[in-house]
Design a protein around this ligand. Structure first.
Ligand code: GUN
Ligand code: ZN
Length: 438
């Protein structure tokens, strides 16, 4: 195999496959991708002898935009695949809170680098992640992302009720958590020349008082940072929120009343919404991380994706490891496609939810970048964007490799989603820098 370039500038001869910002598709069978010394794409188009003498020929690899994972939990990865079908609150208590409690600086220093290598190996070049309650391990996770080279949005989890912090005085939690999060945002939001971002991260309405939700949203606005939480994932959770916030009209209203909705707010799951909530979520410009792998694993429910898209909701994909059992966004696409198929088979589907394989790829890349407001810089192979790119080997398919990969673009995408091979991602670059995939 030809050696792949480790740093910009470089030029690659390969097949280029990418969603385009205008809604179209780039499918250049014999293409040339040129990246300048700053890591931006300066040429995306057909290969030609004259212009491309120095290009590295990596055919039959397919270059695509790196995938965007809008929702993952770094401390939870060791328990991925445990507790299938448990209700959310029991699963958190049994499998998750003990792991997060143990996620101190030394655990994060050991695990976070491996986690970022695993994301890169799966083709993810941007990850939006929750750390644990502890500021020092959140700091270590940021340092690991800085060192690794992945693009990341990370936040310290905030919980001022239903918490696993047994040591702190209840009266001090709110102020301490706000102060620690503020300091982390000052240090990391915009770091690594804008490759790292901070997300204020109140876990969900069950673990947070109204004050925590309100003050965290104010701090996010002050820093121009993201604000992330969970919304309407599981029936037991929804009724607990109704009990804790009797004055709110519904679950979304808990976040709305404290001023937390908007274009920098990323809400994970959002699968049991009323029509009012859908309309208000769209009107507020809030963003949704769709995590169908997780929703199937925990039996949480099935997102009516077609209706949401028809309503104009801004949706991308999230692995939600560890409730989602796999880090790969291609696996998440498969779970999403299965979910929509089941809805269709049971008469609850809708043609807008029946996405083609290439539509799933768009959801996992350019739409994810749009959710983050980063689509001017990443999400597709287009001149002027930063080279967050992956190289796929279409011959790596399960269970048997093939020398005869499909040629139609939708078939290539379909194989990635429905017959993924652990080694099919041969390289991942962020800003033209090759990421370690471990
Ligand atoms: N809701 C609140 N916390 C969590 C979490 O860690 N995982 C999932 N899937 N849902 C949550
Ligand atoms: Zn989650």
């Amino acid at each position: 195999m030809t050696t792949l370039p480790a740093a910009p500038p470089f030029a690659l001869r390969a097949r280029l496959l990418s969603p385009l910002a205008d809604g179209g598709l780039l499918d250049e069978r014999d293409g040339l991708l040129e990246v300048d010394a700053s890591g931006r794409m300066v040429g995306v188009g057909p290969w030609s002898d004259a212009a491309s003498a120095s290009a590295v020929d990596v055919r039959p690899l397919v270059l695509m935009p790196g995938m965007v994972d809008l929702h993952a939990h770094l401390p939870q990865i060791p328990n991925a695949g445990l507790g299938s079908g448990l209700d959310l609150l029991t699963w958190l208590d049994r499998y998750i809170f003990p792991l997060e409690r143990a996620y101190d600086r030394s655990v994060a220093e050991r695990q976070a680098p491996a986690a970022f290598r695993a994301f890169a190996a799966a083709g993810t070049t941007t990850v939006v992640a929750y750390a644990a309650l502890w500021p020092d391990s959140t700091d270590a996770a940021f340092a690991a992302a800085e060192e690794h080279g992945i693009r990341a949005v990370i936040g310290k989890v905030m919980m001022d009720r239903l918490t696993y912090d047994g040591d702190i005085e209840p009266g001090e939690i709110l102020e301490t958590s706000l102060r620690q999060s503020d300091a982390l945002a000052s240090r990391w939001h915009g770091a690594a020349d804008g490759r790292l971002h901070y997300a204020f991260t109140p876990r969900f309405a069950v673990s947070c008082t109204e004050e925590m939700l309100r003050e965290s949203a104010l701090l996010a606005a002050h820093h121009g940072a993201y604000w992330q939480t969970h919304l309407s994932e599981d029936a037991g959770e929804v009724s607990e929120v109704r009990r804790l916030f009797p004055e709110a009209r519904d679950y979304l209203d808990v976040y709305d009343r404290v001023g937390a909705l908007g274009t920098r707010s990323i809400l994970a799951h959002a699968i049991h919404l009323s029509e009012r909530e859908v309309a208000r979520l769209v009107e507020s410009g809030s963003r949704v991380a769709h995590c169908p792998g997780s929703n199937l694993f925990l039996s949480s429910g099935m997102m009516p994706l077609g209706a949401y898209r028809a309503a104009g909701m801004s949706v991308g994909l999230g692995s939600d490891v560890a409730a989602g059992p796999e880090v790969s966004i291609f696996s998440v696409m498969r779970a999403g496609a299965v979910t929509q198929r089941v809805l269709e088979l049971t008469g609850k589907g809708d043609s807008a939810g029946m996405l083609r394989p290439l539509d799933w790829i768009r959801l996992g890349s350019l739409d994810g970048a749009r959710v983050l407001g980063l689509d001017a810089d990443i999400g597709s192979l287009e001149v002027g964007k930063e080279a967050d790119v992956i190289a796929i080997d279409p011959r790596f398919t399960n269970p048997l490799p093939t020398d005869d990969p499909p040629s139609a673009a939708d078939d290539v995408a379909s194989r990635l989603i429905f017959r993924p091979h652990p080694n099919m991602v041969r390289a991942a670059w962020v800003r033209g820098r090759l990421l370690d995939r471990g």
